[in-house]
Write a protein that binds this ligand. Structure first.
Ligand code: SIN
Ligand code: FE2
Length: 213
């Protein structure tokens, strides 16, 4: 743990080997991050993707970076272009990549250079069921997850789907990093509670940074 990069060691909460919550790590960047999301969404609109089973996801998604995560009836995968427009995903803004690298380093994962950023938008009631992030080619890089807007209950599971998850409150500006022995941990988000955030409105945004290839 590189506590000196973070400053306030008491704000680092270990979730288990390889996983930490960095409370308020992104507090100074919430407004610029939301502004950058608005620009990305203007070029690559949020959409409710279909699962392979044919259900529309309650979370609306888009991407930025060289690769973007998508799902449809054919399955989950990373693509270099937005299937809706046929154009490359918007470039990852420096404020995104810089934050992701600093958060990864604070969690002990040096030299994290994400090539993909999934942008999730949760309206009240939207949820994400327990899953593993396993569509990436290389599991040596961590996942960096940034929460913005309304607070959420993050469900932190173990290595097996059947383990009862721990509930972790994530506020705007909180960052969770998981890698190494935690890289394939199950995780999800409980249905978002009603509310209005002063900057994000009635929504939670989540950025998940990955090294996809
Ligand atoms: C995800 O697993 O892609 C999203 C996690 C979150 O919204 O906090
Ligand atoms: Fe995930």
């Amino acid at each position: 743990m590189r506590a000196e990069l973070f400053g306030e060691v008491e704000r680092v909460q270990a979730l288990g080997p390889g996983a930490v919550r960095l409370a308020q790590f992104a507090r100074a960047e919430v407004s610029p991050l939301l502004g950058a999301i608005a620009e990305i969404v203007a070029a690559a609109p949020l959409r409710h993707m279909a699962t392979p089973g044919g259900y529309a996801m309650s979370v609306a998604m888009t991407n930025c970076g060289a690769l973007g995560w998508t799902t449809d009836r054919r399955g989950y995968r990373y693509t270099a272009t937005d299937p809706v427009s046929g154009r490359p995903w918007p470039v990852m803004p420096p404020v995104f990549a810089d934050l992701a690298a600093r958060a990864a380093a604070a969690a002990g994962f040096e030299w994290f250079a994400p090539d993909a950023c999934l942008i999730n938008r949760y309206a009240p009631g939207a949820r994400m069921s327990l899953h593993q992030d396993r569509n990436e080619a290389d599991f040596t890089a961590p996942i960096v997850s940034v929460s913005l807007g309304l607070p959420a209950t993050f469900l932190w599971g173990g290595a097996a789907r059947g383990e009862r998850p721990t509930k972790i409150r994530l506020a705007s500006g909180d960052v969770v990093v998981w890698g190494g022995p935690a890289r394939l941990a199950f995780h999800g988000v409980a249905p978002l509670a009603d509310g209005v955030h002063e900057l994000a409105g009635a929504a939670r945004f989540n950025l998940t940074f990955r090294r996809a290839r």
